[in-house]
Design a protein. Structure first.
Length: 491
């Protein structure tokens, strides 16, 4: 069992299942036997002392997987109680077959009534990857009962109530301790609200006919092992000019801290030079905290224009505001011809007057993404993959859709899901840090898509490192020391 870097949508998972079943020539029975056996092995490995099992099964093939597990557990001497819904539909042919095999070894299937029996482990085999609506009726009641139980829950393939395509949870959904996916990892289980329901995710790839391994993944899961190839050690004879010059533009009156965070992150992320264009009152405090940055008081377009020729990348938005000063800074950045990393109020200015942003990286949170697309935040969160891709296509730019399970998208490219980060990072200023990191990576020569992906990954990993002392009270500046370590993977 493993977790692969490739993620798949529901259509691909169904296609693989159908192709493998056809090739094996037994209508999927041997594949179901493999899945149920893998689930039983997972349960044994995770909870070796468990003696009493409660298996909640649906009428579809997910229920069939659960029945295979129940049969194997019963044959191994465990006490097994299998429950079905009173209002379930007609069982699938495979599910009926597995019920008969379970009955042949002495197993019985009871109807769920008001509560679950006492158990050491509960197995959720109610719904599979096909559910994309809120569970209702008896299904809602039994899921609620599973969530209220004290026993750990093993979810088979998908926690019931979670949309495996999008990660949306439209109603009640199982909160699993562990989710064992079959054949492929489902993209929806790695972003959004789904992360509150999956628990530990494992993957049982099963044994498929070799000819059936041709279905393309829909997304990639980016983990720490991606970094060494993108962040090689520097040459012995390097100089600061090779590491690029980042110009951070922002820090309107009253918001100087935001651009300061972006500038410090850009330096910690390896930029050779960092300049800051900000309102005059912020220059002194910035130099006091960060003497390595070149701070410039900018009050008019001529003062900002003088800074542009030296820059390699512009990071614009942190603390920018939306007044006349902000709009003029935004205009000059847009027409500069330099690669941009666009965040915060620069995104709001873009939403007010949309235009293509080729070679730019946009870093919206869901609310900003909603304004850029002209939809609601709930619509963005309902399918983060589609929202990120629509943004990338609409603005011809790389997009980092921030949040739990950050999605990085680019036109005509497979999206990337960042496998790092934690709830402690939900605090003001974290996005400013990310802006500076991505800008620094761009200045050091990475393309927009790789800089955005590596930057989001580094940001999340540093956040996880910093959260070892607890997530509550985590500050953006707490990430700066672990960020430096993560930027040097050879060490």
């Amino acid at each position: 069992m493993s977790e692969l870097a490739e993620l798949f949508d529901v259509a691909a998972a169904r296609q693989l299942d159908a192709q493998a079943s056809a090739a094996l020539g037994d209508a999927g029975a041997s594949l179901m036997e493999q899945a149920g056996t893998a689930a039983w092995q997972c349960l044994l490995q995770r909870w070796p002392q468990a003696q009493r099992l409660c298996v909640v099964v649906g009428s579809g093939n997910n229920g069939g997987d659960g029945l295979v597990l129940a049969r194997l557990a019963l044959q191994a001497g465990r006490s097994v109680q299998v429950l079905r819904l009173a209002d379930e539909g007609a069982p699938s042919a495979l599910s009926q077959r597995m019920r008969a095999q379970y009955a042949a070894v002495g197993g019985t299937v009871a109807v769920f009534e008001d509560a679950l029996p006492s158990a050491d482990v509960i197995v959720d085999a109610l719904f599979g990857i096909g559910l994309n609506r809120a569970p209702a009726g008896e299904a809602e009641r039994v899921i609620t009962a599973m969530n209220h139980a004290t026993a750990p829950v093993l979810a088979l393939d998908v926690p019931s109530g979670v949309d495996a395509q999008t990660g949306q949870v439209p109603g009640v959904a199982v909160r699993a301790t562990c989710t064992l996916q079959f054949i492929v990892a489902h993209q929806g289980l790695y972003t959004g609200t789904a992360l509150e329901h999956t628990g530990e995710r494992q993957l049982a790839e099963l044994t498929l006919p070799a000819a059936e391994a041709s279905v393309a993944p829909s997304a990639e899961r980016w983990q720490a092992n991606r970094l060494p190839a993108l962040l090689p050690p520097r040459r012995a004879n390097t100089h600061k000019g090779e590491s690029g010059h980042v110009l951070c533009v922002g820090g309107n009156l009253g918001s100087g801290g935001a651009v300061m965070l972006a500038a410090e992150a850009a330096l910690r992320a390896g930029a050779g030079l960092v300049s800051v264009a900000t309102q005059p009152p912020h220059v002194g405090p910035l130099l006091t905290r960060l003497p390595e940055a070149m701070a410039h008081a900018v009050q008019d377009s001529a003062e900002l224009q003088r800074l542009l020729p030296r820059a390699k990348v512009i990071a614009i938005g942190p603390g920018l505001g939306q007044d006349d000063w902000a709009r003029e800074c935004w205009r000059l950045a847009r027409v500069s011809g330099l690669p941009l990393v666009v965040d915060a109020d620069a995104l709001n200015l873009l939403a007010a007057a949309p235009l293509p942003m080729p070679d730019a990286v946009l870093t919206p949170h869901p609310g900003e993404a909603a304004r850029l697309l002209g939809v609601t935040t709930a619509q963005v969160q309902a399918d983060r993959f589609i929202a990120a891709q629509h943004l990338a296509e609409r603005f011809d730019a790389v997009v980092v859709l921030k949040g739990a399970g950050t999605v990085v998208a680019a036109p005509h490219a497979r999206p990337r899901v960042i496998a790092a980060g934690n709830p402690g990072m939900a605090v003001g200023g974290m996005g400013d840090l990310l802006t500076g990191i991505i800008a620094a990576l761009r200045a050091q020569g990475l393309g927009a898509f790789d800089a955005a992906s590596a930057g989001a990954l580094l940001h999340g990993l540093a956040g996880d490192d910093a959260a070892v002392d607890g997530q509550r009270g985590l500050l953006p500046t707490d990430l700066l020391v672990p960020l430096r370590r993560r930027l040097n993977p050879e060490l």
